[in-house]
Design a protein. Structure first.
Length: 210
């Protein structure tokens, strides 16, 4: 299965991607992670991206899509993949189509803005290994301490209410139009917000018929 996860920041895409990745035995491709890896490994496209970043510029869509294409050519993607964080805009989606990056389904997790603002306020991130927790939905075993590495859990600036609202505005303006883009191609499935991570996973299974 070749899957794109859509949804506002804080909708739970990363959490559900991890679960689906384990169940379907396919990798999650997160734009941020593969961008950092490509730069670290000094790949051709990674070096291009590094030049833009060091110049204080946004990495162009063509370079981002090139890095994704590099990653998808690796053997672990042969059975499929989950794209999290890309495409972010219709031009990126069009560029992916032009470069032959196939998608079977675009799954949108629908959560109201106010619910997201409240949810993000409870998110905690390990400053050492970047694992995320939630004080209500997914609490650490010991308050303020990462289960994985014992690092200190902090509130990211990105999770502050005013920052979350600004990110939601950007999502509605730039990324939400992708729902219509994939619906026109008969590939959109939607899942409404559920009371728990487990119930959201169950709704996703039903939507994907797995």
């Amino acid at each position: 299965m070749r899957l794109i996860l859509l949804g506002a920041p804080g909708a739970g895409k990363g959490t559900q991607a991890e679960i689906l990745s384990r169940e379907l035995e396919i990798p999650t491709i997160s734009t941020g992670n593969i961008l950092r890896a490509a730069i670290k490994n000094g790949t051709k496209v990674g070096l291009e991206a590094k030049a833009f970043i060091e110049a204080g510029k946004l990495v162009p869509d063509a370079v981002i899509i090139g890095i994704i294409q590099e990653r998808l050519s690796e053997p672990d993607c042969a059975k499929g993949y989950i794209l999290d964080g890309v495409p972010r805009t219709i031009p990126q989606a069009e560029a992916m189509e032009e470069m032959g990056i196939a998608v079977d389904c675009a799954l949108s997790i629908e959560v109201e803005d106010q619910v997201i603002v409240e949810r993000m306020a409870g998110r905690r991130t390990c400053k050492d290994c970047s694992t995320t927790f939630h004080i209500v939905n997914n609490p650490p075993k010991a308050e303020g301490v990462c289960d994985n590495c014992g690092g200190e859990l902090t509130i990211r600036k990105d999770d502050a209410p005013e920052t979350v609202r600004a990110r939601l505005e950007t999502y509605h303006r730039e990324t939400e139009p992708l729902k219509a883009f994939y619906e026109a191609r008969g590939k959109l499935r939607t899942v409404d917000n559920q009371p728990s991570i487990e119930e959201t996973t169950a709704a996703i299974r039903r939507a994907l018929e797995i």
